[in-house]
Design a protein around this ligand. Structure first.
Ligand SMILES: [Fe+2]
Length: 433
């Protein structure tokens, strides 16, 4: 097996390990719908196998369908999440057998595939990149489900580097053109393509994501009670849902606690805030006299290298993420404190842009100039418009294979179950020019 194929095989194995770890719970926990926002875990499990069957075995490998009878049941577009518990889902043991059978054949297809074949699904093993990123994304979704379940003891924790205090600290990104998106990254999604130039005025961006300590000031200073800080839609949402703090925060004995995978613990001040909606992030930024960065600003601060005029794959360069650079891949079940990864700083000095928390941006999810939908319309195209906001950078739960500087995630502005926080930006004032 070639080096590339061995790497693909290793990534497939790693992704499956996560799917099985997060579903190594009793059948009742797997079958139950823990939140109307999420699927039962056993749906996610069979869905990743069915997706792999459809794309690797049938379309790229030309094999006959193993289970065409279940395609519709595991089609995310045919059945919204709220409907999924009522479907005659494969029971957990059968789901595990099914996905293992698919995986055996996937490894055979990989073994025999010519990765220099120009077919767009086979070139550079694109279809394997598609399914292994998909499975890792569902692993993160499963973690969000486990967090929403409020059940203790299901998710492991681990150690992270400690942070370093810097106070409020912003970095300057000078004016000028930079490349956004990619045309060269083999496994990039359609929505990251094609690479194109943008020319941005100078701006300031926070060195770190907004911390719990900073966010608590907004909470304690009545940020949730003052419509001046909120958009019209945001204020309506905050009032209708009676939102008064991030999801999973609880006030008890005069201090804030949080519920994290079934455990109550004091809110750690130096960690980036997570489980806030776009509306909350946007309101905080206005209260603080700043704003959310656009996604082009975010990407420039993350990856633009003024020494070469080129964009890097990651803030620190083109090398894969290491443990000193970013908190990714569920090393621990939490973001790392601000300042934990000086070795992961971008050329302009911004830190923790990759990993820790997804970061809401000011931008709606929209196609880049020259966008072509691939390999199917429902991957990105149907979400474009003024409905979904873009998130960048991945979270502590995101696998390194499923994030890079150009990666775009998107969600509705009300969503809080995802591992999302934000950082602020502001324009450069006249005096600072
Ligand atoms: Fe999916």
């Amino acid at each position: 097996m070639s080096g590339v194929k061995a790497r693909i095989a290793a990534e497939l194995v790693a992704g499956r390990g996560r799917s099985l770890r997060y579903t190594d719970v009793d059948d009742e926990t797997l079958l139950r719908q823990h939140s109307p926002l999420m699927s039962p875990l056993v749906w996610d499990l069979a869905h990743v196998g069915n997706y792999e069957e459809q794309w690797v075995l049938r379309r790229a490998g030309g094999l006959a369908a193993l289970r065409p009878d279940i395609d519709a049941m595991y089609d995310a577009f045919a059945h919204p999440r709220a409907e999924r518990p009522a479907l005659p889902l494969l029971p957990p043991a059968e789901a595990r057998r099914y996905i293992a059978g698919v995986r055996d054949r996937t490894l055979d297809v990989l073994d025999h595939m010519d990765l220099s074949d120009p077919h767009p699904l086979r070139a550079d093993g694109y279809v394997f990149g598609l399914v292994l990123q998909h499975e890792q994304q569902h692993a993160e979704t499963m973690l969000a489900t486990l967090q929403l379940s409020r059940l203790p003891g299901l998710v492991r924790d681990g150690a992270l580097p400690s942070g370093r205090a810097r106070g409020h600290d912003q970095v300057l990104v000078p004016a000028g053109p930079c490349e956004i998106g990619t045309s060269a990254s083999a496994w990039a999604y359609d929505n990251e393509r094609p690479a194109h130039q943008v020319d941005l005025p100078a701006f300031w961006i926070d060195r770190f994501p907004v911390t719990n300590e900073a966010y608590e000031e907004f909470v304690e200073h009545g940020g949730y009670d003052d419509p001046r800080w909120w958009t019209v839609d945001g204020w309506r949402w905050r009032c209708a849902r009676r939102v008064a703090a991030p999801l999973f925060w609880i006030k008890d004995g005069g201090r804030w606690w949080r519920l994290r995978f079934g455990r109550h613990e004091p809110v750690p001040p130096r960690e980036p805030v997570q489980h806030v909606s776009w509306y909350e992030a946007d309101a905080y930024a206005r209260w603080a006299g700043r704003r959310l960065p656009t996604e082009a600003e975010w990407e420039k601060a993350c990856a633009f290298d003024p020494r070469t005029g080129q964009a890097l794959r990651y803030p620190w360069g083109d090398g894969d993420p290491g443990p000193r650079q970013a908190n990714l891949g569920h090393r621990a079940s939490r973001p790392a404190p601000a300042g934990a990864f000086p070795a992961g700083a971008s050329p302009c000095g911004a830190e923790q842009m990759i990993g820790d928390v997804w970061e809401w941006t000011a931008s709606w999810f929209a196609p880049y100039p020259g966008f072509t939908g691939f390999p199917y319309r429902e991957y990105s195209e149907v979400f474009f418009g003024r409905t979904h906001r873009v998130l960048r950078g991945g979270s502590w739960a995101t696998h390194p294979a499923a994030v890079r500087a150009t990666f775009r995630n998107w969600d509705l502005p009300v969503r809080r179950q995802i591992f999302a926080g934000f950082r602020c930006a502001r324009d450069v004032t006249r005096d600072e020019l």
